[in-house]
Design a protein around this ligand. Structure first.
Ligand code: 3UK
Length: 533
């Protein structure tokens, strides 16, 4: 280990024990990292030093910053943190705000100063913020002024949180404006923690996943150049929050690693995203499957000719959604499974290799396997637990669940998968979402995939509910498209439709119609809430 630059050693002190860490792979030549590395220097400082300072970098509703301007903004913020608020390397800084250039500048300010960025979802309430501040022993917070209330409500019970500054017409900008732009990035060790990302898990106490400077650069070196293949003229846009590693990578780190630009908009619901793509002539769209499905219905009114690549992650991409988007835009979606623990996407397929219903193959740099319950590798065609290893891996902050996620050096994502005859990885379900009905194992997402091909179905979620005879039965919750009636005839029609599409025993014996489905802020269906009723 090279000497840490962290003066505050909390993050390093709470890494999992060596025996509980996943095995790491650094086989690719582009994964040979030097012992000292600051991800902000790599992505921003070096780009400006190389002469790209005048190129467009981050674009918001009302600002367009070049690389040099983002570097300057981040430098001023780093100075405020260090000179005014006494930040020392290793301190954890909570970031709270919707996606915007200002939030990106805060992120880079923290990382340049050797701090540990702790992103939080804009919708979190005081109670949840308190849990995060407490777990990560957060010392500083930079918060969008419009989201201050919940943070202020949490603060009295947060003894570690010494400093709060707001941006967006707040004190941070006023202080930053008075500072010189130049700042010498802290010379961090490659394995100093740069980020603590809290999982967007649908249940339980949130887990903090720690990522090194090196992890951020490893993610930039694997999926983007090998699968997405962006160019410096690309304009990224999308919905996932920067607090979610899907958004941090897809909408900030990866565009910058490619020398491209990124549009950071606060509101990126499907009806806001379409006009924004048109307005900014975006070329790479990053969002979740449900968002593509909703946008596919409304494409007609918009000029999307600038778009060249579309990325989907966060949930399985149903084959029907892939097809709808392709029919509407001509674009084959790039699906990829990633996780907060792994930082970003590790199995994916580019446009040429994409196949409906399959996620793809391990991304260069990663290895994957399907394991049985005893950790033995299963042959193709058999459903088992997805296991993965690569240059990034799970490092929970002081959490017993490390030993669940990491076993025998593998990261176990909690997903049931199989490898098909072509070597493609095919998602089945979250392991705890598998439905066991009358002795059959049924994967809810497969039934959802079948239902989504019916023209009356807008969205659906399929879960197992208790049944005295079969143990569980398959129950479908369906949101219908406008103009369709959720009556018994429709329920029967959908049941027959599923029986004709997949093995009949998988059909939903119960069908309930809903106006909407419960989802997390990251777009994931909350199946546990469907099971509750
Ligand atoms: C599920 C998928 C099938 C899967 C994430 C890209 O989603 C991300 O991180 P989370 O920690 O959740 C991880 C879990 O989500 N999942 C994600 N993508 C897919 N299932 N197909 C997919 N394409 O259950 C996984 O274990 O919230 C995604 C990049 C960074 C991320 N953090």
């Amino acid at each position: 280990m090279t000497p840490s630059a962290h003066v505050d050693t909390f993050a390093r002190d709470h890494l999992p024990a060596a025996a509980d860490l996943p095995e790491l792979l650094f086989e690719l030549p582009e994964l040979q990292f030097p012992p000292r590395l600051n991800a902000a220097t790599e992505l921003l400082g070096k780009r400006v030093a190389a002469g790209d300072g005048d190129r467009p970098c981050v674009i918001g509703e009302s600002v367009r910053w070049t690389y040099a301007e983002l570097l300057a903004q981040a430098g001023r913020i780093a100075r405020v943190l260090v000179e005014d608020l006494g930040l020392v390397p290793g301190n954890r800084v909570l970031l709270r705000g919707a996606n915007s250039p200002a939030l990106a500048a805060c992120w880079f300010g923290v990382v340049r100063a050797g701090g540990v960025a702790v992103g939080t979802m804009p919708l979190l309430r005081a109670r949840e913020l308190r849990t995060i501040v407490d777990k990560a022993q957060v010392t500083h917070a930079l918060c969008d002024s419009r989201l201050l209330d919940e943070l202020d409500a949490a603060a009295p019970d947060c003894p570690t949180l010494q400093h709060r500054l707001s941006f967006h017409g707040g004190e941070l900008e006023a202080r930053a404006a008075a500072k010189p732009a130049h700042f010498d990035d802290v010379d961090t060790a490659a394995d100093d923690v740069a980020l603590i990302a809290f999982t967007s898990g649908t249940t339980g106490v949130p887990k903090g996943t720690m990522h090194f400077h090196r992890d951020l650069m490893a993610a930039c070196a694997c999926w983007p150049p090998h699968v997405l293949r962006p160019t410096r003229d690309d304009v990224f846009i999308g919905s996932p929050p920067l607090a979610f590693t899907f958004g941090l990578g897809g909408l900030l780190l990866f565009p910058l690693a490619a020398g491209a630009s990124t549009v950071l908009i606060e509101k990126a619901t499907p009806d806001a995203l379409l006009p924004a793509i048109e307005r900014h002539r975006a070329t790479v769209c990053v969002t979740a499957p449900t968002s593509y499905r909703a946008m596919a219905q409304q494409v007609g009114a918009h000029d999307l000719r600038s778009l060249r690549k579309c990325v989907s992650a966060g949930e399985a991409l149903p084959a029907a959604t892939r097809q709808l988007w392709k029919d509407a835009t001509g674009i084959e979606i790039i699906d990829g499974i990633g996780s907060t623990e792994m930082l970003h996407i590790f199995i994916s397929a580019d446009e040429a290799h994409a196949r409906g219903g399959a996620t793809g193959v391990p991304v260069p740099g990663y290895r994957a396997a399907i394991l049985d319950d005893d950790g033995r590798e299963l042959p193709p065609g058999q459903v088992g637990r997805l296991a993965v290893k690569g240059p990034t891996g799970c490092k929970y902050l002081a959490d017993e669940r490390q030993r669940q996620y990491v076993q025998h050096g593998w990261n176990l994502t909690g997903d049931a998968y199989l490898v098909d005859a072509d070597g493609q990885y095919v998602f089945q379900a979250r392991t705890d979402d598998m439905i066991i009905s009358g002795g059959y194992n049924i994967a809810g997402p497969e039934v959802e995939g079948a239902l989504l091909a019916h023209p009356a179905v807008a969205e659906c979620g399929v879960v197992g509910v208790p049944d005295p005879e079969r143990g569980q039965i398959v129950k479908a919750f369906v949101v219908l498209r406008p103009g369709h009636e959720g009556d018994e005839a429709m329920a029967r029609e959908l049941q027959d439709f599923v029986k004709r599409t997949i093995a009949p025993y998988k059909y939903p014996r119960a069908v309930a119609f809903r106006a909407s489905l419960p989802r997390t802020e990251t777009g994931k269906l909350q199946r546990f809430r469907l099971r509750e009723g």
